[in-house]
Design a protein around this ligand. Sequence first.
Ligand SMILES: [Zn+2]
Length: 233
Amino acid sequence: MSKITQFSTIGALMSGHLRGEAPLSHFCPAHGFGLGCSPEISGELTIHEGKVHEASAGEALHLVTAETLVPFLQVTEFSPQQTHRIVSVTQDTAYERLSQFIRPDNIFLAVTIVGVFDHLLLRRPQRAEGSQRSVDDVAASQREDSYKSISGRLIGFWTPELFGRVSVPGFHFHFLDDEARISGHVLEFEASEATLSFEEKTSIEIVNPASDAYRALSIDVGALDEMIHRIEK
Ligand SMILES: [Zn+2]
């Protein structure tokens, strides 16, 4: 399948539309690959081989059920077209490493980087206490944790800048360790050696939320662009 299926947009999420509306079962294929977040951004979701792992600050990593309604999700079936050994890869050199093999600027890719990470910085949100909170509340309460010599995989997508209000532009990676105990949104990573795999996705299907709350959402696209770069990158 060369398609990415996505529920909602990073633009709607960052404009504060955080309520869960999409049932995971509806979007996630059996061997699904991807990422997302849980309602009110209570957790970062990482989807590997069809299992949906929820990472929240201060909680053990756990699976969420297929009935869970989520506010944002990006999934696909991943069949790598190319796999390469790469050296000295970080969040800053990953674009260069990828560009040795493909010109990514204007295309979508599903991407994994698998290996032992000498350094990894993950971000996890605190679970929401009430039923509603703002994006600023989420940002203020999220926690960052760093790891050394941790074995696992980055799971995510490359999105062209042109689609920067649909998805996080550039790389958006979540991490899952080999034992499925540690996960989260990736802020920094460093591996002296790793395996990079990717698959070009020629189409993206965006399912828009259909609720009245979404219809009534006011979106300031100018402020949004700044926010997406500040919070998601
Ligand atoms: Zn993320």
